[in-house]
Design a protein around this ligand. Structure first.
Ligand code: GLV
Length: 322
């Protein structure tokens, strides 16, 4: 049996699970940065299993470098747009992801961004730290009330979107959603109304994205879609950066086409569009939506359980769909 390659040290609970496999282990030695490509290619040589992160491109070149003993790639993320799934399948390599365990953590941050952008919380924090003179005033940092009949539009109502819908329902928001689960009994019970994208964009006060990145969702939100939103509306993205045309978003935020945005992900990650950095009406996070400690432990453990199952000849727990 070859080694297990891990492209970054995980959280302590997840590392305990990794060690419990009892496999020879190669862990990239910089905990803060992904392995440079050539280093990655060198270190996977002879591996039976890889635990990868969304920062690695997992493709034919990597499979060639690993060699014929590679049996499983456990991507430690729910998204797997970094993995060439067809190339893996053609070689009989199993690909798994980590659905389910990060729904609540991701929904917390998505809803945190809904609050932060609509109530201008980060802008107000910057104002306080600037040392500016201030006194309470009826118009100081007024923003959008969420509970006063505001509408949340959830694009791609899956597991994470549903967790966001539960939060929005608790806030008394009206909820519109796209996606097949928008018509489910669970969605209905939360008061979710199914809508197509154009109605959702036109009627929502906050639009939050929860679809995977696929060729169909690349630039799903561009200049035309932003123009279809209300000028008082906000956009939240905790899905994947390229779902939004980031240059078009900067343009829209600069010109008041929409009121604000809260972003956890970027089109050219880790670099946000420079125009975003100059804007006050956008909240920027460094892709931390699943960064709850227990959640990160659970993601690592699920990746390990997938590796264990495949190497034992059992079906993986959470193979990528399709
Ligand atoms: C994080 O972005 C994930 O896909 O899990």
């Amino acid at each position: 049996m070859g080694h297990l390659y891990l492209s970054r040290e995980l959280t302590p609970g997840a590392m305990d699970a990794v060690r419990s496999l009892g496999l020879p282990l190669v862990v990239h030695d910089d905990p803060d940065r992904p392995p440079p490509r050539q280093r990655l290619l060198d270190d996977v040589r002879g591996a039976s299993a890889l635990i990868t992160l969304l920062t690695e491109r997992v493709d034919d070149e990597l499979f060639d470098a690993a060699g014929p003993g590679l049996r499983v790639v456990a991507n430690c993320a729910v998204g797997y747009d970094n993995v060439s799934v067809d190339a893996a399948r053609a070689r009989g390599i199993v690909v798994t992801n980590t659905p389910g365990v990060l729904d609540e953590s991701t929904a917390d941050v998505a809803f945190g961004l809904v609050l932060a952008t609509s109530r201008r919380l980060v802008e107000a924090d910057r104002f306080m730290r600037s040392g500016a003179e201030w006194v309470w005033g009826p118009q100081l940092f007024v923003g959008l009330d969420l509970s006063a009949g505001a509408t949340l539009g959830i694009v791609g109502l899956g597991r994470i979107g549903m967790a966001v819908a539960r939060r929005a329902a608790a806030f008394g928001m009206r909820i519109l959603a796209t996606g097949s689960r928008a018509s489910s009994a669970e969605a209905h019970a939360l008061g979710v109304q199914p809508a197509d994208l154009s109605r959702l964009l036109a009627e929502s006060d906050v639009v939050t994205l929860h679809c995977p990145l696929t060729p169909q969702t690349h630039h799903l939100i561009g200049a035309q879609q932003l123009a279809a939103m209300k000028p008082t509306a906000h956009l939240v993205n905790t899905a994947r950066g390229p779902v939004v045309d980031e240059a078009a978003l900067v343009h829209a935020l600069e010109r008041g086409v929409i009121a604000g945005a809260g972003l956890d992900v970027y089109e050219d990650e880790p670099r946000p569009h420079p125009g975003l950095l100059a804007l006050d009406n956008v909240v920027l996070l460094p892709h931390i939506a699943s960064a709850g400690r227990a959640t990160r432990d659970a993601m690592g453990k699920l990746a390990v359980d997938n590796v264990r199952a495949v190497l034992a000849g059992d079906p993986p727990l959470t193979p990528v769909p399709g």
